[in-house]
Design a binder for this molecule. Structure first.
Ligand code: HEC
Length: 232
């Protein structure tokens, strides 16, 4: 009986969830241990939090900016730049026993540094509760959307604001609001595109974000936004 129910339970969960969420995606495991959660067709968002596009950039942007917990400075011996290092401070499905979660807003990021939004903190919580997996998404963005409100503001907030969200910003690039982002990018359009595409025409230090390139569909959302004249 016991074996039967352990066998049936996952099947039942699978079927009940596949009825309610039509976009649910069966994960594929890669040889590096990460899990690809992209739907077979682009522009369909699954409910699984993507580690590579939603979680890693938050830690590298808000915690590993130059001089903090990056590979060179590693303040207090802490480096937070990849999945294994982030997992050192996270207990899957147990947020209260995850120091890299509980410290957010309680001393970290430090005073006068850009803060994560409540939505971003909620996404980290959801990721922990989903098992804190190394999930990777490549196509999970809707490239028919390219206004500032959705998705550009969120992309900048997740990927750039830890370093460019408080004026004057790293390298004197401030992207913290619509007018400033539009003004900077329109005056430096080629440099900006080269920076986010990690063009080899730039030095490695000029490629943005410095530690992890955004996925192609996000870069394409930026390019469409710029080409359309920065719609709000
Ligand atoms: C971890 C910190 C950090 C993050 C995150 C970050 N930047 Fe930067 N950015 C810098 C630093 C530092 C410089 C100055 C680099 C230099 O001049 O060598 C810079 C410079 C730039 C420049 C100017 C490059 C140049 O050569 O003058 C652009 C454009 C830029 N960032 C855009 C972005 C965008 C867009 C994002 C998010 C998608 C982003 N950055 C994320 C730290 C960061």
């Amino acid at each position: 009986m016991k074996t039967l129910s352990t066998l049936l339970l996952p099947i039942l969960i699978f079927f009940s969830s596949s009825c309610t969420h039509e976009s649910i995606v069966q994960p594929t495991y890669t040889d590096t241990g990460s899990i690809i959660v992209d739907p077979p067709t682009p522009n369909v968002k699954s409910d699984t939090v993507c580690f590579n596009t939603e979680i890693l950039p938050l830690y590298t942007t808000y915690c590993s900016s130059p001089g903090c917990h990056d590979a060179i400075s590693h303040r207090e011996g802490i480096t937070i730049t990849n999945y294994a290092q982030i997992k050192n401070g996270i207990t899957a499905k147990n947020p209260s026993r995850s120091p890299y979660y509980t410290i957010i807003g309680n001393g970290m990021p430090p005073k006068n540094s850009p803060k994560m939004t409540s939505d971003q903190i909620a996404t980290i919580l959801k990721w922990i509760n989903q098992g804190a997996l190394n999930t990777n998404c490549i196509n999970s963005c809707d490239t028919t959307k390219f206004t500032y409100t959705d998705p550009i503001q969120g992309l900048i907030s997740t990927n750039c604001n830890g370093c460019h969200g408080i004026s004057p910003g790293s390298g004197n690039v401030y992207l913290g609001d619509y007018a400033s982002a539009k003004a900077y990018i329109s005056a430096n359009q080629a440099l900006f595109i080269n920076a986010i595409t990690h063009s080899t025409s730039l030095t490695p230090a000029q490629r943005m974000p410095p530690s992890n390139k955004m996925v192609d569909c996000q870069i394409s959302q930026f390019e469409k936004w710029i080409n359309a004249g920065y719609p709000q």
